[in-house]
Design a protein around this ligand. Structure first.
Ligand code: TPP
Ligand code: MG
Length: 785
């Protein structure tokens, strides 16, 4: 078997190197000349041999144990190795008929690698079987764990770079084993690729002793197995033995749990593969140590096109694989073919990685009508008619989980915040998954729960990506301020999605859905550190028709948004709203329309032929804008006002995604020439960028939003400090009305002075009593009869 494995690895090593260097003479049938070498050598060699070694051994294990296995590669720069294996197993030709399993196909694959309009240099969504780019390192382990949730027969072999393992996200993700119930989930087999080096120096893990490594990973809860290519006489034998042991351990743990005979904490296997970086390549170039050193990371012998000596070294190295013994120009050696798993078992063709049926099934969504709030904002009673959007969503999520119980395809990810974000209704149906020991006083914990709680946003994001990319549904609920921790991961996901959406053999997947709550406007008790509406900016920068940011103004609208998010596919959706009770402004029917259209004129707060337009995006900003309209109407009734609510912003501007921008043209809502006062949940700059493409006269727009002002203060003072409160908005309206001759200048100045005094009085009140005046807290909308 060692000989068979060796041949397979020689073949994939050769094919990996051929991709990096060759634009011709792909089988080295002629002496290697300069013109055979690509003009721009772009790729990474050092990690490839270890990947090829691992992939070949995994193939053997798949065949021996009839495993349903997927491969997740952490260091995505090792893509030549993945591509070589996809080619060898026939998956590449299946999805790319232009790359047949022939000499010509080898040439195509090699020439097109890292070539303009060819194959990318890193793992990518256009490669079959890939669910992680691995360009930005650190996310392989959490993504792998996401893939095996609710896939009881799946094993994900996850290869983690030892440099990658230094990242915070990977460091945290080792703990995800504590959330994996072997009864209902598959297993991740982590393989730490300990090649000792990263780009330009040694790795921390590479210089740890076996004992230190074993203790570390044992402490994380794993059973570590070291395969040391430096010391093992028979490294193939050792790797086979370790893989067999690992597979048996996984199956035993799963079997016992499923039979109800495992009661202790499960201990999953993991593998530490100690092998030289750039294994089996060039020892030295001049006096520079290449193999087993960081110099093998990228292209070695990068002067080969122009320097004869390096070309000779490159040629000798490539010839050392004796590829001609492995491929006769038509077919690969029988031993190599014997190591290719049967159809349905090839790692690159694992159907979980492709979305679509049968992995993806739409959710059974309960009717939203049953959850609608019917008491609209009352004229006199400040309490009646208020509802918490989050409590509504919690109830809806609970029942959606219940409605999909048989499918087991919906999970909530939360960094320890299900309760504090008021989504705890889900615990009437499910629990937080937690497999490590429970104490009698623990609450809402179970081995098998639909809620994944871990104080590691990176881990949750990775879990969600892995879960969604393998066809299931999930929601990530976070404090708005702290979701920024994963902004870069979301960016990377958005890149993946942007490309994946156009790959025809990738099937439907659910959208990646975020609920951002505990928003900055009600962080008066936590203060400045808990205010950060920046995440939405990143989402709105994503070009394309697949990102939405929703700002539901009340619980009915929040419900409709949430329903839309769960039903949508291949998008990134962000729902932003508070968790405390707020007035209900919209019937469910109106809310439906607001969400469908993204922007709407609220008739109850609007006059015909307005002098001024107020617009708001966000629940607290909407409330303050409506309160401002009330004030203006009381003090200057001659000013006619229109109120517009913006429920959705997307990359293309105001309105809802999929490139359907607005039902009517921009001027229909915002008029051609009237002043517009926008009260926005996030940074004013965000709205400015959205407005730019509408070609508006910016002098017409006054944009109020979060101005980075905050502290431990009262809720209303938090608004005032950022000038999004009713008084600042009303003052803005008076000033604009005066500019347009709707209000006399002296009258406007007098009103502005009066409101400034009011603000000073409120501030003094807050300082003295530590709270807001009742008339602010208990304000209710009074309609004009
Ligand atoms: C988060 C992140 N930081 C930095 C980089 C730049 N980078 C690319 S490869 C690499 C070294 C990776 O080392 P390792 O994980 O050991 O990979 P291997 O040795 O298998 O090539 C670095 C730092 C990156 N891609 N992602
Ligand atoms: Mg490394």
């Amino acid at each position: 078997m060692s000989n068979v494995l060796d041949k397979f690895i020689r073949a994939t090593n050769y094919l990996s190197a051929a991709q990096i260097y060759l634009q011709d003479n792909f089988l080295l049938q002629e002496p290697l000349r300069s013109e055979h070498i690509k003009p721009r050598l772009l790729g990474h060699w050092g990690t490839c041999p270890g990947i090829n070694f691992t992939y070949a051994h995994l193939n053997r294990a798949i065949i021996a144990h009839d495993l349903e296995m997927m491969f997740v590669l952490g260091p995505g720069h090792g893509f030549p190795a993945v591509q070589a294996n996809l080619f060898l197993e026939g998956t590449l030709s299946k999805y790319y008929p232009s790359v047949p399993h022939t000499t010509q196909g080898i040439g195509q694959m090699a020439k097109q690698f890292s070539w303009p309009y060819g194959f990318p240099s890193h793992s990518n969504p256009e490669a079959p079987g890939v669910i992680l780019e691995g360009g930005e390192l650190g996310y392989a382990l959490s993504t792998s764990y996401g893939a095996i949730l609710d896939n009881p027969n799946l094993v994900v072999a996850c290869l983690i770079g030892d440099g990658e393992a230094e990242t915070g996200p990977t460091a945290a993700a080792w703990h995800i084993n504590k959330l994996i119930d072997p009864g209902h989930n598959g297993a991740v087999l982590p393989i730490l690729h300990l090649n000792g080096y990263k780009i330009s120096g040694p790795t921390m893990f590479g210089r740890m002793t076996d004992e230190e490594l074993t203790s570390l990973f044992y402490g994380y809860g794993y059973e570590p197995h070291i395969v040391d290519a430096y010391t093992e006489e028979d490294v193939h034998g050792r790797m086979m033995e370790v893989l067999d042991t690992a597979v048996e351990a996984i199956r035993f743990t799963q079997h016992c749990t499923r039979e109800g005979t495992l009661h202790e904490t499960p201990r999953w296997p993991m593998i530490i593969l100690r092998s030289p970086k750039g294994w089996h390549s060039i020892d030295y170039i001049g006096d520079k140590k290449i193999e087993d050193n960081h110099y093998s990371h990228q292209v070695i012998a990068d002067g080969a096109k122009h320097k004869e000596s390096e070309r000779a070294q490159l040629e000798a190295w490539l010839k050392s694989y004796k590829f001609e013994e492995l491929f006769d120009g038509e077919k690969f050696d029988g031993d190599i073919q014997s190591l290719i798993p049967r159809e349905g078992r090839k790692m690159g063709d694992n159907q979980h990685a492709f979305g679509g049926a049968p992995s993806y099934r739409p959710l059974n969504l309960p009717s939203v009508d049953d959850y609608a709030c019917t008491a609209l904002c009352s004229l006199t009673d400040p309490i009646c008619g208020t509802e918490s959007s989050m409590e509504k969503i919690g109830a809806y999520l609970r029942d959606t989980m219940r409605a999909n119980e048989a499918e087991r395809n919906l999970r909530l990810m939360s960094p320890d915040e299900t309760y504090s974000n008021k989504l705890q209704a889900v615990f009437e149906y499910t629990k937080r998954t937690f497999v490590w020991p429970h104490k009698p006083w623990d609450k809402d914990l179970a081995w098998d729960g639909r809620v994944m709680e871990m104080l590691s946003e990176h881990s949750l994001q990775g879990l969600l990506q892995g879960y969604v990319l393998t066809g299931r549904h999930g929601v990530f609920a976070s404090y708005e301020a702290f979701i920024q921790i994963v902004a870069s991961m979301t960016d990377q996901y958005a890149k993946f999605l942007k490309i994946a959406r156009d790959v025809k053999w990738r099937g439907t997947i659910a959208s990646l859905n975020y609920i951002l709550t505990s928003t900055g406007w009600r962080q008066e008790h936590n203060g400045f550190s808990h205010q950060n509406p920046g995440f939405i900016d990143g989402i709105l920068q994503r070009q394309g028709c697949f990102t939405n940011v929703y700002f539901p103004a009340d619980a009915n609208t929040a419900l409709m948004v949430f329903h839309r998010m769960l039903a949508s596919t291949k998008e990134i959706n962000v729902l932003v709203c508070g968790k405390r009770p707020l007035p209900i402004w919209r019937t469910l029917e109106e809310a439906k329309q607001d969400v469908a259209e993204g922007v709407s004129i609220w008739k109850f707060a609007s006059d015909e032929d307005p002098h001024i337009v107020f617009a708001a995006a966000g629940d607290y900003p909407t409330l303050e804008a409506l309160a401002a309209i009330s004030l203006v109407r009381q003090r200057a009734p001659q000013i006619r006002i229109r109120f517009i609510n913006i429920t959705s912003l997307s990359a293309l501007g105001i309105g809802h995604s999929s490139c359907q921008v607005l039902r009517h043209d921009f001027d229909y809502y915002f008029t051609e020439d009237k002043p517009v006062i926008i009260n926005f949940h996030g940074y004013p700059q965000t709205i400015k960028q959205v407005l730019f493409d509408y070609g508006v006269d910016s002098r017409r727009f006054a944009i109020h939003g979060y101005e980075e002002a905050g502290s431990t203060t009262t809720p209303f003072d938090m608004m005032v400090r950022n000038r999004v409160d009713r008084f600042h908005l009303a003052m803005e309206a008076f000033a604009r009305a005066a500019e347009h001759g709707v209000l006399k200048t002296e009258e406007a100045e007098s009103l502005i002075r009066e409101f400034e005094e009011q603000l000073a009085t409120h501030q003094a009140y807050a300082k003295e009593y530590g709270d807001d005046p009742q008339e602010i807290t208990n304000w209710v909308w009074e309609s004009r009869s």
